[in-house]
Design a protein. Sequence first.
Length: 193
Amino acid sequence: MSHYALNVQALDPQRDNGPVVLSGVRFDAFEEAAHGGAIVEDAPSKNKDDAGSKMRVETRFGTFDTDRRSLVEFPAGVPAFEQCRHFVVMAAPTIAPFQCLHAVDGPAASFLVISPRLVLPDYRCKLNPADRQRFQVTEDAPLLWLVLVSLKESGEATANLRAPIVINPARMIGYQVIPHDSVYPIRYPMVKE
């Protein structure tokens, strides 16, 4: 069974609503609430020359079809995986509302992620000026925010709300950041509903 990459949604905790677009995919706050966090659909290429850009990514969360234009560059890697510089964000109905952030270079690295506003609806974060400069964005630019999820063998899940993964969809670059005024924990318990 194949799943499709980058057809995911997330809320921008710097804004109350409005779309965020990542590699041609629209992320909309209102749609996310209506669909439980993830929409999965095939987005066929409009260009015949793009056939060579397709790739299949196998992760511990499933096998996903994606395309090289969907790669997000992490110039500094992700802490503990600094050698991993290129990732894809993938979604599938079997893991919804979660997504998978998977490294396509460096050591094997695959992370379960979720929109922080699905974990904590009142989640709010702002980037400091240095981080805004790294992302090359203005204060009102839409960004994709995701948080890492840790699963224990007992089935308990926690979300790292203190150090979110932030992606600038206009430049397809991402960093894990620790906002200067973060009041959120590293291990926020996620409760099953």
